[in-house]
Design a protein around this ligand. Structure first.
Ligand SMILES: Nc1ncnc2c1ncn2[C@@H]1O[C@H](COP(=O)(O)OP(=O)(O)O)[C@@H](O)[C@H]1O
Ligand SMILES: [Mg+2]
Length: 446
């Protein structure tokens, strides 16, 4: 992409309404525009990152054997009357009446609808286990929408639902989700810690929230610092293996890690003093096992193969895809702007022409652009007729992890400059070598 042809409405002024850095940078970098409280348009740069996160979530869900589908944003009110949550969900639910006077709602979550789909089509244990998920816009009429996409009213969420014959099978599904979530967040360059949490309006027995540590997080968290040393890395995981998923679950949940809702001072005191941490965190996902709560009230029963009919064991599992943009920026920025991790960056590398219109500089930039594109990488070439200072400012704000700077002086010596946004370190090298380095960095990522 050439910046002269892109739509990147970078703001010069600091937006006053932004209280936290991710909200400010997303507005300043021209990623989002507020439509009304808690509802945003996603401008091309923001949309590009959102799509990258969505793709990672899809890939990791399908790697775990979960099936993608798509349910609508609007739901019929009757389903919620059947489950009893029509009354309990409260004013966060946006209710709508259609022209025939039928009660509808903009879905805040999909337990009822997925249970209805399941009971309409599945009648036998032979069709289990089954996990269905979708990534769809949700609406919750939050009292205080704030922090930009972090606590919106309309937000993009992956929600998945497992159906199993027995509690043990459903607990395997729970562990499998935990492992797939760890993988998902690691690919996004995030450390998200699973913490014992409270189940809230979904109801149920077991639940973990995944929290990204950040000073601006809304939750207070307590943990053993040993948990932050754990990495999945490129470990092979067989998602069908009960033992392997259980072992990873145990590894991550044995060290103390809880949110304020489940924090237990007595148990926390057993953590060695030097490893006890109190911090703040951003909730980027949550997994639940809730047993037969919906299957019993909504009649989602299967033949158990022994002549009886039993309600299926279920769980639901969510990732806040749009919130993740904010969480990643909170975890990765400096005073000049965003610093995208390689796994989610909107463009792999910036090309900055210091002297637009200089024949040698223009030709070198075009050649770099062509070479990177031929390798399947997406560069963003700042080809605007602007001062170099303004170009550096824009590149730093939008946070591409790598930048190649091209100027007439370097070119006389046959070199360009390759700079890491994260460390600020630069090296001069021939253009072909800069391209080879970028290609190597993105091997297995892009
Ligand atoms: N108002 C919101 N704005 C953006 N993301 C949200 C919002 N509410 C929830 N999410 C994201 O969706 C994920 C799953 O939602 P859920 O656990 O049902 O939400 P909650 O814990 O707020 O009840 C959360 O972990 C969070 O990342
Ligand atoms: Mg939650």
């Amino acid at each position: 992409m050439r910046l002269s042809r892109y739509f990147l409405p970078v703001l010069k002024e600091t937006p006053r309404e932004a209280q936290i850095v991710s909200h400010r940078y997303m507005l300043q970098a021209g990623m989002i525009k507020q439509a009304t409280a808690g509802i945003y348009s996603w401008l091309p740069l923001g949309f590009k990152v959102l799509r990258k996160l969505e793709n990672i979530v899809h890939e990791e869900q399908q790697r775990a054997g979960h099936l993608p589908m798509l349910m609508p944003t609007l739901q019929p009110g009757e389903l919620w009357e059947e489950s009893g949550r029509d009354n309990s969900y409260g004013p966060e639910m946006l209710r709508v009446v259609d022209r025939h006077g039928r009660k509808m709602l903009y879905g805040p979550t999909n337990e009822e609808m997925i249970t209805d789909i399941f009971r309409s089509h599945v009648g036998s244990y032979k069709e289990l286990p089954l996990t269905l998920y979708h990534i769809q816009w949700k609406f919750r009429d939050e009292v205080r929408p704030r922090f930009g996409v972090m606590r919106g009213r309309e937000f993009f969420m992956k929600d998945g639902y497992n159906f199993d014959l027995t509690k043990d099978d459903a607990l395997h599904a729970y562990n499998r989700h935990l492992v797939s979530y760890l993988r998902t967040y690691e690919r996004m360059g995030l450390k998200a810690i699973p913490m014992r949490a409270d189940s809230g309006p979904i109801g149920g027995e077991d639940t973990h929230e995944f929290l990204v540590l950040a000073e601006t997080g809304e939750s207070e968290v307590f943990y053993d610092s040993a948990v932050t040393d754990l990495h999945l890395g490129d470990r092979e995981v067989d998602y069908d293996s009960v033992e392997q998923c259980q072992a990873i679950f145990d590894e991550w949940t044995t060290p103390y890690a809880r949110t304020d809702e489940t924090h237990d001072v007595g148990v926390f005191a057993n953590v060695p003093e030097g490893r006890r941490r109190t911090a703040r965190g951003i909730e980027v996902g949550q997994i639940f096992y809730f047993g037969t709560k919906y299957s019993e009230t909504m009649g989602a029963l299967v033949d158990d193969g022994k002549g009886g009919k039993v309600p299926v064991h279920m769980g639901s599992h969510g990732i806040g895809v749009s919130r993740l943009l904010g969480a990643i920026i909170e975890a990765s920025h400096d005073d000049k702007g965003i610093i995208w991790p390689e796994g989610v960056t909107p463009f792999h590398c910036g090309i900055l022409n210091m002297r637009q219109g200089d024949e040698a500089a223009d030709a070198a930039c075009d050649a770099l652009y062509a070479a990177l594109t031929a390798l399947g990488l997406e560069p963003l070439y700042d080809d605007r007729d602007e001062r170099a200072g303004a170009k550096f400012g824009t590149m730093d704000m939008i946070g591409l992890p790598w930048r190649i700077t091209v100027g007439p002086r370097g070119l006389k010596n046959g070199v360009v400059e390759l700079t890491s946004r994260r460390t600020g370190e630069s090296e001069e090298l021939p253009p072909e070598e800069a391209v080879a380095k970028i290609a190597k960095i993105y091997e297995g990522i892009a």
